[in-house]
Design a protein around this ligand. Structure first.
Ligand code: DP6
Length: 316
């Protein structure tokens, strides 16, 4: 049977997409800015199927550990395939196989890379079947956004800017940052980011959130452009704290930040105070801590792992 393969990287937002204007099309309330994480990827293979339905299976490729998607996650993935099939007027069915090159259950959200990979692979398959030319990257990213909002930023590298229905790359004078994620917990989170987007609307701080994110974005672009790393670190810190404050202040409040997250965040602040330098720090809708180091800070990254983390947490 004919097959198509494609892959896409993950991305980490420094200015967060949290809150939607439209939950059908994942239109965001505020602009977001992300750095693409080239080494954390999802791969998707589509194969023509004789079955009267689409189905999902884990992809066995390069001996990576097999992922096991919950039935809801499979349903959501296949729903996006159906959306794409309708868009391209494709009436045949497929077996979808997918995998991530990062360990499953590592506590890293994989929806950005997996939805981007599915969108790329499906468009490749449909265009080869219909002999139509491939849509632009902007259009592909636009279609991917409908599956999972943050996936649209994975089409641009190294930096992506997403505002309303426009996704573009943006020139920032830091190209090869070193990304690490400190794994605080590998457990599946009880509140998905899709649910968090809805719940935060009940927070009293939600009203000013869009304006705060836009201000943070403007200031962050300015400090990165001026190569003011410390200011960039401070803005990113304030930005993820702002998002997490929405979580803890909504009507049925919840939090992803546990005691271990707090301990490591305190250590990172102490590290910055001692060294007068350090990584940009951010957290998504989960307890794990993402770090971005400049290319000239690799020694510093080793130091933090050795003298502060002391092997207490896995680092990817
Ligand atoms: C906290 O893209 O996972 O990671 O559009 O419902 O799939 P859906 O949400 P999702 O939200 C990501 C939220 C975030 C911040 C970000 O990546 O900007």
């Amino acid at each position: 049977m004919q097959q198509w393969l494609d892959e896409a990287p993950s991305n980490i937002a420094l200015i967060k997409y949290m809150g939607k204007k439209n939950s059908e099309t994942n239109l965001p309330e505020n602009p977001s800015l992300s750095y693409t994480i080239e080494h954390l990827k999802s791969q998707v293979v589509l194969e023509l199927s004789d079955n009267p339905y689409d189905s999902w299976e884990p992809l066995k490729l390069n001996c990576a550990t097999l992922i096991n998607l919950s039935s809801e996650a499979q349903e959501r993935f296949l729903k996006h395939l159906v959306y794409l099939k309708n868009y391209f007027k494709i009436k045949i069915n497929f077996i979808v196989r997918s995998n991530n090159n990062f360990p499953h259950s590592s506590g890293i959200a994989s929806s950005a890379s997996s939805f981007a990979a599915l969108t790329k692979c499906a468009i490749k398959a449909f265009c080869s079947l219909t002999k139509e030319s491939m849509p632009t990257i902007e259009k592909q990213a636009f279609l991917s956004r409908i599956g999972s909002g943050s996936s649209c930023r994975s089409f641009f590298s190294p930096w992506a800017l997403w505002d309303e229905d426009k996704i573009t790359s943006i020139t920032i004078p830091y190209h090869a940052l070193h990304h690490e994620v400190i794994i605080i917990s590998r457990n599946k989170k009880s509140i998905s980011s899709s649910l968090a987007h809805k719940l935060i609307k009940t927070s009293p701080f939600y009203k000013g959130r869009s304006a705060r994110a836009s201000t943070n974005l403007k200031e962050l672009i300015q400090s990165l452009t001026n190569k003011n790393w410390e200011d960039a670190y401070k803005i990113c810190w304030q930005e993820f704290q702002d998002m997490h404050q929405l979580f803890s202040s909504c009507r049925e409040s919840f939090t992803y930040i546990n005691d271990d997250s707090k301990t490591v965040l305190n250590q990172l602040q102490e590290f910055w105070r001692t060294e007068q330098d350090g990584p940009i720090i951010t957290m998504d809708a989960g307890p794990n801590i993402h770090l971005l180091y400049r290319a000239d800070q690799l020694e510093l990254a080793n130091e933090f792992r050795k003298f502060y983390l002391k092997g207490n947490f896995d680092v990817l």
